[in-house]
Write a protein that binds this ligand. Sequence first.
Ligand SMILES: O=P(O)(O)OC[C@H]1O[C@@H](O)[C@H](O)[C@@H]1O
Length: 298
Amino acid sequence: MSSYLLCAPDEAEAAGRLAQAAGLSLLRYQRHQFPDEELKLTLPFADGDAPKQLVLYRSLDRPNDKLVELILLAKHLRGAGVQQLLLVAPYLAYMRQDIAFHPGEIVSQKIIGGLLADLFDAVITVDPHLHRIDHLGEAIPKGDAIALSGAPRLADLIAEKCQQPLLVGPDAESRQWVELAAARIGCDFGVCSKVRHGDKDVVIALPDMPVTGRQLVLMDDVASSGRTLAGACQQLLATGAASVDVAVTHALFAGDALSAIQTAGVRHVWSTDCIAHPSNAISMAPLLAEALAPLLAK
Ligand SMILES: O=P(O)(O)OC[C@H]1O[C@@H](O)[C@H](O)[C@@H]1O
C-alpha cells in the first residue's frame, strides 16, 4: 500500500523531513482563513481518490485554530474513505491542565485527549507534558498513543557544543530530562525548585551545587512565557556561572519570551523542530519515522 503524509503549507519543512525519513509521499492541503477567522481547507485529492492509509502532520502549538482544523480534516477524510488515519503532532497542546487545581476548572487534557482518540487511530507526539500520569495512553484512551522524547537528541547536541557542561533542570518536573541527558553524555546535573504564582511570575530556588565558572545548560520540555528559564538563568549567572545556554524540546516562545530569556543572559538557545522556530537545531524526523514504521505496516 502506498502511504502519504498530509501537512499544512506552514509545516511543510518539518513534514517534508519526516516524509523523507519515513519513505512517505508528501501532500499539502490548502488553508484559507476568512476575515471572521473561519477556515476553508482544500485537500490535494478528490474524495474518490482519498488514500486508504494517511498520516496527518500537525504540531499543536497555536492549538485553538489547529484543533478545529484537525476536526474538519479527520471527519472529512473518514467520510472520504480513509481507513487508517494517523496523527503526528510533535507538540501536543492542552496536556498541562490534567487535574482541576481549583474547583470548577475544566480538565482539558482529558477532553482534548478523548477528542484525538475519537478522530485518529494513532497519535505520535514528543515529550507531552504529562506529570501526574505515566502513559500517554491514559490521556488518549483509544488506539495507539506514542510519546517520544527529544532529550537524548538534545543531550547529544549539548555534548557536541559544550565541554564539560553542567546540566540544570529549572523545576522538579524537568528532572526526568536532565537526569536522562546527564547519564547519556556523562556529566553532572542539578534540579531547581519552582513555585509559579502566575503566567509570568515564577520563583526559582537553585539546587545546592557549585556553579562558579561552569558552562551551564538549562534543559526543559517547553519554553512558553520563558519566565522559568529566565528566572533560573538570572540566578545561575548571579551565583557565578560562566555561561548559561538553553536546550528545550518545544520552542513555543510566546510573546516576549525570547527577549525575556536573552535579557536574563541566556547565551544560546537550542530546540528540536517539534515547533518551527529559529532556534531549531535538532530534527525529530528520524525518531518519528521509526515510531511510524510499525503502525504503517499494520
Ligand atoms: O515558564 P514558562 O516558559 O511560561 O513555562 C514553561 C515551564 O512550565 C512548565 O509547565 C514547563 O515544564 C516549563 O518548565
